[in-house]
Write a protein of this length. Structure first.
Length: 457
């Protein structure tokens, strides 16, 4: 029997796609400049047993397997490889349990982040990780990249809310890691190892996620500044004042103008930077955002707006959530994802400005300034080879700058293909060797998402 025959023998008819017209849509995620192959087949399982069947067949024939979620990633981690099997997990989209006593949710990987967030809120619970793509990104994809989001500054990232996983191994066995309890230190922490591994160590088919009591609706403050440096000075003061913002976001002037051109939201297009902060501390929220606004005014903000209710806050927040779509209208993009210590943010922004000038490119720079994770985005004309070359060199220079400032090449988007060659620079030889040995222990045949994260050694 051929690989396709064996796959078909253990799957429902509608779970297996082999027509190139049908499989084309599953070839790549949202990252530009990342190679994507032509898959032999796309499998759309609806249960764990079907994923196990795929991995057993793939292991027997040494066929590569690429796990996929909603393909909203920005690093090429979900890109197909030639002759491989894509496992699209979007149809495994059940919320299996929400437990208000243990404060956990048990979910399949295809559940959308926003769907889970709304479902737990109905029981006065809160799932904090909220990437800007929360309306279309899946929990499985969030787990694969250890996604962050707008509320990380207060609550942490995806891994901080994962208690346990169900994972199909490269050989098709079922591995369960972690536990349901809030505490537990028995053995090595395989759960945290698997979160962020980008499908290179196993295929996640279920997750037990920790929840928190739902906070009251957050209030928002927006402040426009003449320069990025002034806005970042305000961030330093806000964080040092102990105001504990539940969100602290930065938009540079290029991004503000792009958003306003994309959708008229009344943003000050002449500003050099816009700072958005929130507080969700219930009765203290209004006091908090007023204090944040006062700090911004003291430090020279051109304009400060403090929302009086959740509706006004949501309107201000919409500007942040549409950044990706607005900037895409300016041209082709290469999206960086560097994170640096907050104390080095001014140096990062100044360095990015210098890099843009040196290479003759436009760079937009929004970011989660509260935790130092910025998204400098190089914008260029993809039809111009010279512009493409300048963009790539600017992109690399920004990553080098981030490392030089004591930071990292990726705060939340993952390595994938886009930053694979830079990983060795950040990790060093010993750490890289340990990574490869861990990969070999989980995937001795090298069939799980090959070519992603680790370059061939």
């Amino acid at each position: 029997m051929t690989v396709l025959d064996e796959l078909a023998a253990g799957l429902p008819a509608d779970a297996l796609l082999t027509d190139p017209v049908s499989t084309e849509a599953y070839r790549h995620d949202e990252a530009n400049f990342c190679a994507a192959g032509a898959p032999l087949a796309v499998v759309r399982p609806t249960e764990t047993a079907q994923v196990q069947h795929v991995l057993r067949v793939a292991s027997a024939h040494r066929v590569p397997v690429v796990p996929q979620g909603a393909r909203s990633g920005l690093s090429g981690a979900a890109n197909a490889v030639d002759g491989g099997i894509v496992v699209s997990l979007t149809r495994m989209d059940r919320i299996l349990e929400i437990d208000p006593v243990d404060q956990v949710a048990v979910v399949e990987p295809g559940v959308l982040n926003a769907v889970l967030s709304r479902a737990v809120l109905e029981q006065d619970l809160y799932y904090p990780p909220d990437p800007s793509s929360w309306e279309l990104s899946t929990i499985g994809g969030n787990l694969a990249t250890n996604a962050g989001g707008l509320c990380c500054v207060k609550y942490g990232v995806t891994t901080d809310f994962v208690r346990g996983l169900e994972v199909v191994t490269a050989s098709g066995e079922l591995l369960r890691t972690g536990r349901r309890t809030a505490k537990g230190v028995a053995g090595y922490d395989l759960t945290k190892l698997l979160v962020g591994s980008e499908g290179t160590l196993g295929v996640i088919t279920q997750a037990t996620l920790g929840l928190k009591p739902a906070p009251e609706a957050a209030l928002t403050m927006a402040a426009a500044f003449g320069s990025a440096a002034d806005a970042l000075s305000a961030v330093t003061r806000i964080m040092a004042a102990g105001l504990a913002p539940s969100m602290c976001e930065f938009l540079d002037g290029v991004t503000v103008r792009a958003i306003q051109d994309y959708r008229d939201m009344g943003l000050p297009t002449g500003a050099g930077a816009l700072l958005l902060t929130q507080s969700d501390r219930g009765p203290r929220a209004a006091e908090d955002v007023a204090a944040m606004g006062a700090i911004c005014s003291e430090l020279g903000a051109l304009d400060v707006a403090v929302a009086s209710d959740a509706t006004e806050s949501a309107m201000l927040m919409e500007a942040r959530r549409i950044v990706h779509f607005a900037v895409e209208k300016l041209g082709s993009t290469l999206i960086d994802d560097v994170a640096v210590p907050r104390s080095r943010l001014v140096e990062l922004l100044d360095g990015i400005t210098a890099i843009a000038q040196e290479h003759g490119v436009l760079v937009s720079c929004p970011g989660h300034v509260g935790d130092g994770n910025m998204h400098p985005t190089v914008i260029f004309d993809r039809g111009d080879p010279a512009a493409v070359d300048r963009a790539q060199r600017a992109f690399d220079a920004i990553m080098q700058l981030g490392l030089a400032l004591g930071g990292t090449i990726t705060g939340e988007h993952g390595v994938g293909v886009l930053k694979r060659d830079w990983l060795a620079t950040e990790l060093g030889d010993l750490s890289l060797d340990l990574h490869r040995r861990i990969k070999e222990a989980f995937d001795p045949q090298g069939i799980l998402n090959p070519g992603k994260v680790l370059a061939a050694g």
